[in-house]
Design a protein around this ligand. Structure first.
Ligand code: HQG
Length: 181
């Protein structure tokens, strides 16, 4: 069976689902840093009739457009580097000083609520920010007509807000009050 982009993309979506959100859906255990045993992942997927092997998992990890996943140095474990909603995972990211400005892409229909409440993490564990406007635009487009919010990240940091940089370049913070827009 050929491993075309469509197939890799489809497996990436499956991995996002089980490694970020619903590991229990295939009986998979994640540790607090998000690591799952690759053999357990293959076995859990097989129970749902989904055939995976180490070669295709490695291909998904290495070709992934947003570098969403990482494999441990010993090759035994895999994790999503950010984007979790499952309470099983509480990653300890390294706190990092952010650049002056970071961007958050959202949909215009969320703006009224965001202007009232600021940015909230929602189901995921953090608010996701990007140093790149075009990435923020693409993120916003997933939910409708997109809009980019410019966040005064360095000012937030200097006022005591924590920022974390995930291994794939996505910036994370707990919430963004409106005074930093
Ligand atoms: C919005 C993708 C109303 C927020 C991307 C967003 C990202 C509010 C939505 C990653 C709000 C949450 C995360 C408030 C925030 N009122 N709406 N007070 N505060 N929102 O998907 O940032 O492709 O959980 O603007 O690249 O869109 O999956 O977060 O629209 O890095 O790897 O609530 O997902 O990565 O949506 O995306 P999400 P997000 P992947």
């Amino acid at each position: 069976m050929g491993t075309d982009n469509k197939q890799l993309n489809e497996i990436s979506k499956f991995l996002s689902y089980v490694l970020r959100h619903e590991p229990q859906s295939i009986g998979l255990q994640l540790d607090t840093e998000g690591w799952a045993d690759i053999e357990g992942l293959i076995a859990g997927a097989a129970k749902q009739g989904r055939t995976l092997d180490r070669t295709i998992i490695r291909a998904v990890v290495s070709t992934n457009d947003k570098k969403r996943f990482a494999i441990s140095e010993d090759g035994a474990f895999i994790r999503a580097v950010q984007g979790h909603s499952t309470p099983a995972v509480q990653r300890e990211y390294v706190e990092t000083e952010p650049p002056e400005t970071l961007y958050h892409g959202t949909a215009t229909r969320f703006l009224e609520s965001i202007r009232e409440q600021g940015l909230k993490a929602g189901a995921r564990h953090h608010v996701h920010l990007s140093p790149d406007k075009s990435i923020a635009l693409a993120v916003g487009k997933r939910y409708g007509s997109p809009v980019i919010l410019e966040i005064q990240a360095l000012r937030m940091y200097r006022e005591g807000f924590k920022f974390f940089l995930a291994e794939n370049g996505v910036w994370l913070t707990d919430s963004v009050p409106t005074r930093f827009f």
